[in-house]
Design a protein around this ligand. Structure first.
Ligand SMILES: C[S@@+](CC[C@H](N)C(=O)[O-])C[C@H]1O[C@@H](n2cnc3c(N)ncnc32)[C@H](O)[C@@H]1O
Length: 406
């Protein structure tokens, strides 16, 4: 288990930051650490896999690559899967699930491809274990196998994470459009507030004025305190055969002893008091309640919580989350106009920031590529980021007094 090849998928746009994080956690460089499209490949050992699962804030999962071979049809997939020593990883008494993804695969049916891989795994176990074979469980499998097909190659992985890593275990209360924890961490990395290579954070106060369930603020506070991202959850590797409880306990103990008092000020507010309540409960579970100040309030009215710092948010957008507060009330009053939806929110937010937040830097994640125009602000950076299937930009605005577009 000392020379394994891992693939860590991540959201598009996040690969470089993930590579920095993986380098910091494993020390691997050069050919042992490759930044690919949609993830990072690293050659490392089994112990590293446990550390990556526990600490990574940017990876979606940690997968072990078990086969990579050319294929032309389903029979080739059967042969590739038959050649993998699955019995090293799990027993025929455990359940498993296969998830297949494909990019330009010539095969007609991914379901049939998945079925052939499943048959190969089951037949191999049956032959080795006196007719006993593991059964399929799609909801709560003990083991997950991932197959990725390109035009002509098939890669098979066994998963070590279980539930995807954005599920940190502390967000039990959430609104309609919560941000994935991994994406919140990516925003913090892209802004430079957090350096995934060194683990350091800047000393600038951080403020999310549309905090919802508190994801950005809580993620930031955990980073500042050195609390491991996965310290509250279980992982798939705990059910795999190479798992050794004493190794895992030592890794967790080491992580626990690295927790420090946070020294940077972090703030969150939301127009919905219900959301503020959720955020406070989530922060409590995440062990950072005393590191964040949450308040109720309209982003168009809240005054700066500190003298200067970084504003970071994914604002209300589209149908799932409506703008609340004065922008919405204003739009209702002038109801004869077609803007009954709070669409004044962004120009008003820009005016409020220009007037009251001079010296602050604002980072706004949005799928609306015309947001700067709507805010009449010129962005100083735009970072492409994907929120699941939605293409977004993280815009940076430097709030200098009088920074309005002419
Ligand atoms: C897309 S959600 C943010 C989700 C958050 N990042 C999370 O992870 O839960 C937008 C949030 O903006 C809030 N909101 C809407 N209008 C607002 C306003 N005028 N002032 C402050 N917050 C507002 C909503 O209540 C909602 O929680």
């Amino acid at each position: 288990m000392n020379d394994l090849s891992f693939f860590l998928p991540c959201a598009a746009g996040v690969e470089e930051f993930l590579a920095q994080e993986v380098h910091a956690l494993t020390g691997r460089v050069g050919q042992d650490l490759l930044t690919l499209r949609g993830g990072v490949r690293v050659r490392a050992d089994w112990r590293d896999a446990l550390k990556l699962n526990l600490h990574s804030r940017l990876a979606q999962r940690v997968l072990v690559e078990l086969a990579h071979a050319p294929y032309r049809n389903e029979n080739d997939l059967y042969a590739i899967a038959s050649g993998v020593a699955w019995e090293i990883w799990f027993t025929p008494k455990q359940t498993f699930k296969i998830e297949t993804t494909a990019q330009h695969s010539p095969l007609q049916s991914l379901n049939f491809a998945t079925l052939r891989i499943k048959d190969a795994i089951a037949d191999r176990f049956r032959a080795k274990a006196n007719g006993v074979r593991p059964s399929i469980e799609t909801q709560w499998p003990d083991t997950r196998v991932f197959a990725h097909l390109t035009t002509d190659s098939c890669t098979l992985y066994i998963d070590t994470s279980g539930e995807p890593l954005f599920k940190r275990g502390w967000r039990q209360d959430k609104g309609d459009a919560p941000l994935k924890e991994t994406l919140a961490a990516a925003m913090l990395a892209a802004s430079g507030w957090w350096n995934p290579e060194t683990g350091a954070v800047t000393d600038e106060p951080l403020y999310d004025p549309c905090c919802g369930s508190g994801t950005i603020a809580i993620e930031a506070a955990q980073i500042a305190r050195g609390i491991a991202a996965g310290s509250l959850r279980r992982f798939g590797f705990e059910k795999l055969l190479p798992f050794q409880a004493h190794v895992w306990d030592a890794i967790k103990k080491e992580a626990q002893s690295a927790v420090k008092p946070g020294s940077v000020a972090i703030f969150g507010s939301d127009v919905s008091h219900r959301m503020v309540d959720f955020a406070e409960r989530n922060a409590e579970r995440a062990g950072v309640a005393e590191a964040i100040e949450f308040r109720g309030g309209d982003a168009l009215q809240r005054m700066p919580p500190a003298e200067g710092g970084v504003i970071m948010l994914n604002p209300p957008y589209g149908e799932r989350i409506e703008v609340g507060g004065v922008a919405r009330a204003g739009a209702r009053e002038s109801a004869q106009t077609e803007e009954g939806d709070g669409s004044d929110f962004f120009p008003q937010l820009a005016t409020h920031w220009k007037k009251n937040y001079a010296g602050w830097t604002a980072w706004v994640l949005t799928p609306d590529l015309k947001l700067p125009k709507q805010m009449r602000l010129k962005e100083s950076r735009r970072v492409p980021m994907w929120n699941g299937p939605i293409e977004c930009r993280l815009f940076r605005f430097d709030m200098v007094a009088g920074s309005a577009r002419k």
